[in-house]
Design a protein. Structure first.
Length: 43
């Protein structure tokens, strides 16, 4: 199990509109980890 880790998720979708598996997994990891979720640039 991951604990006390720094995790970077470079995503192809924004966090808010529709939750995908990426958002679900990342939302569960912060309990013991630090997460940086990078959204795609606005075009």
């Amino acid at each position: 199990m991951l604990e006390r880790e720094d995790i970077v998720c470079i995503s192809s979708v924004d966090w808010d509109p529709i939750w995908t598996r990426k958002q679900q997994v990342m939302s569960r990891l912060p309990r013991s980890n630090r997460i940086l979720y990078v959204e795609p640039p606005i075009t």
